[in-house]
Design a protein around this ligand. Structure first.
Ligand SMILES: Cc1cc2nc3c(=O)[nH]c(=O)nc-3n(C[C@H](O)[C@H](O)[C@H](O)COP(=O)(O)OP(=O)(O)OC[C@H]3O[C@@H](n4cnc5c(N)ncnc54)[C@H](O)[C@@H]3O)c2cc1C
Length: 386
């Protein structure tokens, strides 16, 4: 069993308190994704506004019980996310801040790019986006067709379409993946600004995690200065798809923690609202509680592996994400079962949790894709079965 140290327990306690502030706002954001603009001063949202920013670029970290937090560690991120997602996962995902792009800029950016990107984030609450998925090529990201081509004057232009991109309609800047030539080494990540000519982001309707406001992005000759191409100082094999995979490995335990938080919210809702339980109901709930603990341990284990740069980290992160999104779907549906046939109408918060759980299944790769990844790794002996 993994036990948290004092520093992690401090952020866990703090996040648990902050979750109480999120709970009463969850249905408001679900009805109106623009509600996020009214809640920027909510503690958990304000915390995310600057997470992650590496210490070299952030001289004002969040201090909890004497411990400094920059949001750069995977374990600290999952501990924070699980606790606050019990309050509302959608509110966290709709918050301004560097989030996914920040992890990638930290991994791939040169000194000047990091200063520029994190400097913009520190100026004011700034939304960012991370654009990898394309229409009809979601699970097969390597088949992407968005292009980055020279403009003839030493800079570049972006052309193509992305889909389901969180927060892009409210963002100022973000990271776009595009192709400079065929093959895996032809994929490149660039910093992009939404105010650039030719960049459009249209919100899409969605039923889960509505606050995140996913969008369809189109890019027609969007100018990209040469100094905004990420990874220029790295070997070609360390840019592009390799970087996307590394970045996603670091983020995936966090997505798993969103799933676990949603599952826990459903479990705790039943505990709080169904006092007289039959013996079999009590047994079912006890089993669910144990499953949540098992998934938590797997998420922590994958986070520790990611932070340690362990070779098996990507596989553990895939296992954690696949398990957590599954337990989120099952727990929310089981919880609805405790309240009879009218549960979705009579318990709107549980209905929202079930919709949010479904959305988590698709974020950062579906369960099928993670199982394929795990199976391939196992067959190739890249990690041990235990
Ligand atoms: C709430 C939300 C937020 C998101 N945010 C972002 C974001 O910020 N940035 C971004 O780039 N993307 C984002 N996405 C997109 C997400 O990454 C994709 O939805 C995901 O990769 C799946 O792609 P798809 O939707 O095109 O489904 P598809 O790839 O079309 O898959 C549909 C179904 O087919 C199955 N399937 C596909 N291929 C295989 C296979 N080879 N073997 C077995 N089964 C298979 C899948 O498991 C799935 O069940 C977001 C999605 C959601 C729902």
């Amino acid at each position: 069993m993994i036990e948290l140290d004092d520093r992690m327990r401090a952020i866990q306690r703090c996040a648990r308190d902050w979750a109480q502030e999120l709970k009463p706002l969850a249905l408001e954001l679900d009805r109106d994704p623009d509600a996020i603009y009214r809640h920027l001063d909510v503690a958990a949202v304000s915390y995310l506004t600057r997470m992650p920013i590496p210490p070299e670029y952030n001289d004002d970290p969040v201090v909890v019980d004497g411990h400094r937090f920059y949001g750069t560690g995977t374990l600290e991120r999952v501990v924070f996310v699980e606790e606050t997602a019990v309050g509302d996962a959608a509110m966290l995902l709709s918050a301004p801040g560097p989030v996914m792009s920040g992890v990638l800029v930290d991994a791939l950016g040169d000194e000047q790019q990091k200063k520029w990107f994190f400097g913009r984030i520190l100026e004011k609450p700034t939304w960012t986006f991370f654009a990898l998925t394309e229409p009809d090529r979601g699970s097969d990201a390597g088949a992407m067709q968005t292009t980055l081509t020279p403009d003839g004057n030493g800079d570049f232009v972006l052309n193509g379409a992305k889909r389901y991109i969180g927060n892009a309609a409210r963002a100022d800047l973000g990271v776009v993946f595009a192709r400079t030539r065929p093959g895996p080494l032809g994929v490149t990540a660039v910093l992009a600004e939404t105010a650039s000519p030719g960049f459009r982001a249209e919100p899409l309707d969605s039923i889960g995690l509505r606050g995140l406001r996913i969008t369809a992005v189109t890019m027609d000759d969007v100018p990209v200065p040469a100094d905004q191409v990420l990874g220029r100082h790295l070997k070609p094999t360390q840019r592009g798809m390799w970087s996307a995979v590394q970045g996603l490995n670091r983020l995936r335990p966090g997505v798993a923690a969103f799933g676990l938080g949603i599952a826990r919210a459903a479990y705790e809702y039943v505990l709080a609202n169904r006092t007289a339980l039959t013996a079999s109901e009590r047994l079912g709930l006890d089993r669910l509680g144990l499953r949540l603990e098992g998934v938590r341990q797997l998420i922590w284990r994958s986070s520790i592996a990611v932070d340690a740069g362990d070779k098996a980290a990507g596989y553990l992160a895939s296992a954690a994400k696949a398990r957590a999104s599954r337990v989120a779907e099952e727990a929310t549906l089981e919880a609805l079962g405790f309240f009879g046939p009218g549960a979705r109408l009579e318990h709107p918060l549980l209905d929202k949790l079930a919709r949010d759980a479904r959305a988590v299944e698709f974020m950062e790769g579906t369960g099928n894709i993670h199982k394929l990844n795990l199976f391939t790794g196992l067959m190739q002996g890249r990690f041990a079965r235990d």
